[in-house]
Design a protein around this ligand. Structure first.
Ligand SMILES: NC(=O)C[C@H](N)C(=O)O
Length: 340
């Protein structure tokens, strides 16, 4: 058996995969994951790539992840970019889709795979999905390199900025409602919508973009919503509001609410329309109720997930403070996050 010579960098940020039970529920325990892996010989078979685990301190339950943590991960990848063939981010599932989306925007000109994965049951527990998720992520990173930020879970490799956590306690915790699966790991590994990289002679440098946390509001419309609620959400220092609208981008014909959007738009607040449906795309020309939103300056988020919309706003507002510039960037498909 020929030894796999690929080198993979694993950034272990926390999450259930390396947790242990405590009196107050699962908690991450430093050193425990690396020790557990040492006793799992399948990770060291010759077909497996070499890997290095960088354990972060503190290890986080991913519900504690902040934009500054995305920056730490992105900086870490940049520092190690030349030395490794691919990167795996071990992460909790709760905010995994946010981190995957954020990294996709931060890593411009990415030419190596970054796969985010984790598990629903800790790796040291009976029936854990951690071992199979990490093993497959390593194998796919080494043998089926797709040079973008992806998320691997339950035998599916998804585009990171298209993924959503859709099941709180099932193994099939992630879906990509508006974009096909990149790779399906069944008995055979099938490359579906993913494009494999063709080992270039030299890698163009990775361009790392910064994200700083931005004041962004998010609201899902509901029958009975009042303009006071909307107005409160648009108060200073909010720079953008994600409006999760009905269906293809509809909202009630409530004059006071529309006026609130209009005056916010005049103050330079971005209002981004995404659908509250799991699947499908915003089209504000479909109904008169959607058109009135476009008329007051609400912009389309097309079929972006709320996670992609939020991280894209953090990203865009970190790059520019000019409204027109920001709107231009939001309308572009920057990293495959939306279908225009
Ligand atoms: N399955 C998990 O990883 C959930 C955990 N609370 C986390 O996001 O860190």
């Amino acid at each position: 058996m020929l030894k796999n010579t690929k080198k993979i960098y694993i950034a272990y940020t926390g999450g259930t995969i390396g947790m242990q039970p405590s009196s107050s529920g699962y908690v991450p325990v430093p050193g425990f994951l690396s020790e557990t892996l040492k006793n799992m010989p399948e990770f060291y078979r010759p077909e497996m790539p070499e890997f290095t685990i960088q354990e972060y301190a503190p290890l986080l339950d991913s519900s504690d992840m902040q934009p500054s943590d995305w920056q730490v991960i992105a900086n870490d990848i940049q520092i190690n970019y030349a030395k490794y063939d691919a990167f795996i981010i071990l992460h909790g599932t709760d905010t995994m889709a946010y981190t995957a989306s954020a990294l996709s925007f931060m890593c411009q000109n990415l030419q190596k795979p970054i796969i985010v994965t984790g598990s629903q049951i800790p790796i040291a527990q009976l029936r854990s999905d951690g071992q199979v998720n990490l093993l497959n992520a390593l194998y796919i990173a080494a043998n089926y390199p797709i040079p973008e930020v992806t998320l691997f879970f339950n035998n599916q490799l998804l585009r990171g900025n298209r993924a959503r956590k859709v099941d709180a306690d099932g193994f099939s915790a992630f879906a990509s409602p508006n974009y096909p699966t990149l790779i399906e790991a069944g008995i055979a590994i099938k490359v579906k919508a993913g494009e494999l990289s063709h080992a270039p002679d030299s890698y163009a440098p990775l361009e790392l973009k910064q994200i700083t946390a931005q004041p962004i509001g998010l609201i899902s419309l509901y029958p009975g919503i009042s303009e006071e609620v909307i107005n409160n959400l648009l108060l200073q220092p909010v720079k953008a509001l994600i409006l999760l609208s009905y269906g293809v981008g509809n909202a009630p014909q409530n004059k006071a609410m529309l006026d609130a959007f209009k005056s916010a738009r005049k103050r330079g607040v971005i209002i981004l329309n995404c659908t509250q449906c799991l699947r499908g795309k915003v089209n504000m020309t479909g109904y008169a109720n959607g058109q009135t939103l476009a008329d007051v300056g609400v912009i389309s988020g097309y079929d972006m997930t709320p996670e992609a919309a939020l991280t894209k706003l953090h990203f865009v507002l970190s790059q520019t403070s000019d409204y027109a510039n920001a709107v231009k960037l939001l309308a572009e498909d920057l990293r495959g996050e939306m279908s225009i």
